[in-house]
Design a protein around this ligand. Structure first.
Ligand code: KIV
Ligand code: NA
Length: 266
């Protein structure tokens, strides 16, 4: 199959073909996800939570995101690879944002970058796009702003925040984004946003009307036992499978069952 480009995902919206997206943070997982045929791989700053064990995405650094992205890019043949720009790598000045985005492309080999926010970062988005770097937007529950929100609850349930989100989506589209992630907003609002844009929306906890869906790989595989928001569908129970495999191994070592006659050099 042909490599997925930013143009491919825009075309998919026009043709009514849903876009599948998952996160990955390392070479091995990226190879599995790409091999299975996912359209888009996001090197999310959720690496802060699932890889580094932080409570939020705030501590993630640009160098850490570049490292994860380098690892993912080496494992991918077909999917479009998008990398999150981490907190404070694009908010201070447009110049710094452009440098951060540029490093993500040159040093890490990303195909596009993702930035959180609407109107306040629209000039920055435009500048990055003008430099030839595709940008994905991210609206709704934007985790880098968790200390402003104070909660991971659904966003834009009131009319004022919903209107602002609709405006932000339009502004981002005008600034040149090729797609927008909508995180944890009511389905009917996500539907309105999706219908108002010509670029695709990718939802997480945003209902069925988005042009595509994204989940955090570790969550959908059931590696994170204690994370079960309403929007999450678990396709595997890898925490349990791994737990029993590891217990089995420990047992075999203790009893002397491993290694056996064939699992040694004579
Ligand atoms: O970091 C991440 O994994 C994300 C997705 C949940 C959209 O931003
Ligand atoms: Na993210």
């Amino acid at each position: 199959r042909d490599k997925v480009t930013t143009q491919t995902v825009v075309d998919m919206k026009r043709h009514g073909e849903k876009i599948s997206m998952l996160t990955a943070y390392d070479f091995t997982m990226a190879g599995i996800v790409d091999g299975a045929g996912v359209d888009v791989i996001l090197v999310g700053d959720s690496a802060s939570n699932v890889m580094a064990g932080h409570e939020t995405t705030v501590p993630m650094t640009l160098n850490q995101m570049i490292y994860h992205t380098q690892c993912v890019v080496r494992g991918v043949e077909r999917a479009l690879v998008i990398a999150d720009l981490p907190f404070m790598s694009y908010q201070v000045t447009t110049k710094e944002a452009l440098k951060s985005a540029g490093r993500m492309m040159k040093e890490a080999g990303a195909h596009a970058v993702k930035l959180e926010g609407g109107e306040p970062i629209s000039n920055t988005v435009k500048r990055i796009v003008d430099a030839g770097i595709p940008v994905m937007g991210h609206l709704g529950l934007t985790p880098q702003s968790i200390y402003k929100f104070g909660t991971y609850k659904v966003r834009a349930k009131d009319e004022q925040e919903a209107d602002q989100l609709l405006k932000d989506a339009k502004i981002l589209e005008e600034a040149g984004v090729f797609s927008i992630v909508l995180e944890k907003i009511p389905s009917d609002l996500a539907k309105r946003v999706t219908e108002s844009l010509s670029v695709p929306t990718i939802g997480i906890g945003a209902g069925p009307h988005c042009d595509g869906q994204v989940l955090v790989l570790h969550d959908m595989l059931g590696l994170n036992k204690d994370f079960s928001p309403r929007f999450l569908r678990r396709y595997e129970d890898l925490h349990n499978s791994m737990d029993s495999a590891i217990k089995h191994y420990i047992d075999d070592v203790k009893t002397g069952d491993f290694p056996n006659e064939n699992e040694q050099y004579k």
